[in-house]
Design a protein around this ligand. Structure first.
Ligand code: NDP
Length: 421
């Protein structure tokens, strides 16, 4: 990750017809401002990022917002923050939004091309990618290709196309991780020599099913899986946390972001989610980053980098926390973590296949079509059938994903037939 470049401080002038709002006021003299494009602004990360903007209107200015289908929320965000460009990935939803925003002067783009336009938007210097799933990969590549600072929440970009992302990164742009674990590692590494790093230690809350047996997991419901004990997040990542696939995706993300081999990326259970992750150095010392679990903190840290902006959303009172505990992750009961290590070590298209099979299986679980443990089974079988090949273009990733989605969907149907029969 290139680290030294700062935001360009470019300011935008809103068109006359954009409704007045406090974010269009001139910035305070002397403070650097950042022009922000938020991809996935209607989601859990996206809405919290806008709370960060609310807290720092003198530092952050929204120039582009995108969503998939949530027209109502994107419309109200557009009216409030006055971006120059909005985009709906769903073309019909874009038509509806265009009708509603007529006369405001806000340009409405549509579909995958519109997302790319927002990711490479010339008026933005910082792009927050908070899209869920590997639909975030093309915008990640577009943002870096346009030389943007990319605040990356969309971990599936790195999992599906890590090699590609790194190759574009070598030509321009920079990545600041938003995921709390990777943000923690990124900050623990500040000022350190990468040669001194012994290992990266990612912490895992364990999700809602920490300590459960496979017999118990066979009976859990969608509602159970969506009740995360420490984090409030979108539905897909909440299920990923329950299966521990989220940690698996993070291991792969860490491998690409920090260039550390899989053998030296460890995972430790930490139910309180206060220690966000650690770096172990060759002299045996550990550096960690701590704070109460609230995603606005890592989002603000990523958007303010290399500065730190106060006041904080929350302070961490250590005495109130009383105790922090750590333990082994139960990798036999939660098999998705090892599947991710396996795919990561295989490399090439294997991680794109892992991710796509997971997306299909999680969606089917959320729709009540398969059971919780079927998620792991479907990913395992899809990976076993796959013969990984190298990745040299986005088409290689898309082809592998297409194949994996087809196989995983067929397995979902087969699982349903078996349950019914
Ligand atoms: P949400 O499901 O809450 O939000 C997803 C956002 O992406 C929404 O704005 C949604 O629009 C949009 N979107 C969904 N599908 C598409 C698509 N195919 N094309 C374009 N836009 C799309 O997700 P989260 O905010 O929870 O997660 C976002 C990313 O951040 C994920 O990669 C996740 O792993 C990561 N992350 C999330 C954390 C969290 O606390 N939530 C923590 C760390 C990482 P619409 O609303 O219209 O559907």
């Amino acid at each position: 990750m290139r680290r030294s470049r700062r935001g360009t401080g470019r300011r935008r002038d809103n068109p006359q017809s954009t409704p007045p709002n406090p974010y269009n006021e001139p910035m305070e003299a002397g403070k650097e401002t950042r022009a922000l494009a938020i991809l996935g602004s209607t989601g859990s990360i996206g809405t919290q990022a806008l709370e960060v903007v609310d807290a720092h209107p003198d530092r952050l200015r929204v120039v582009a917002l995108t969503a998939q289908r949530n027209v109502d929320l994107l419309e109200s965000q557009a009216r409030r923050y006055g971006p120059r460009l909005v985009c709906m990935a769903d073309v019909r939803a874009a038509g509806e939004l265009r009708r509603r925003l007529e006369g405001t002067g806000i340009e409405v783009a549509a579909g995958p091309e519109g997302l790319l336009e927002a990711a490479a938007y010339p008026l933005a210097d910082t792009v927050l990618n908070a899209i869920v799933g590997s639909a975030g990969l093309p915008p990640t590549l577009a943002a870096l290709g346009a030389g943007k600072r990319l605040a990356l929440a969309n971990k599936e970009s790195m999992v599906a196309g890590g090699e590609l992302v790194l190759s574009v990164l070598r030509t321009g742009g920079e990545i600041i991780p938003v995921d709390s674990e990777h943000g923690a590692v990124f900050h623990c590494l500040r000022g350190e020599d990468s040669g001194d790093v012994e290992a990266i230690v990612l912490t895992a809350s364990g999700g809602p099913f920490y300590g459960r047996s496979r017999e118990e997991l066979a009976k859990v419901t969608v509602e159970d899986a969506l009740s995360h004990p420490t984090w409030s997040m979108g539905r897909k990542i909440t299920v990923d946390s329950a299966t521990l696939m989220n940690k698996g995706l993070e291991v792969i993300e860490a491998h690409y972001l920090f260039g550390v081999p899989y053998e030296r990326i460890k995972v430790v259970a930490h139910p309180q989610s206060v220690v966000h992750s650690l770096v172990e150095f060759k002299d045996g010392s550990l550096s960690a980053q701590l704070s109460v679990p609230d995603m606005r903190l890592p989002i603000a840290l990523a958007l303010s980098y290399p500065e730190r902006w106060g006041p904080p959303f929350k302070r961490t009172d250590l005495a109130e926390l009383e105790k922090l505990t750590f333990g082994e992750v139960d990798r036999e009961t939660f098999g998705c973590l090892d599947l991710a290590y396996r795919a990561g070590k295989e490399g090439g298209t294997a991680t794109a296949v892992l991710n796509a099979a997971n997306e299909v299986a999680v969606e089917a679980f959320l729709a009540g079509r398969i059971g919780f443990l079927d998620i792991e089974g479907i990913i395992r079988e899809t990976l076993e059938e796959h013969r990984p090949t190298g990745v040299s273009s986005l088409d290689d990733v898309l082809a592998a994903e297409g194949w994996a989605r087809g196989r995983a969907s067929a397995m979902v149907d087969e699982t349903r037939r078996q349950v019914r029969g």
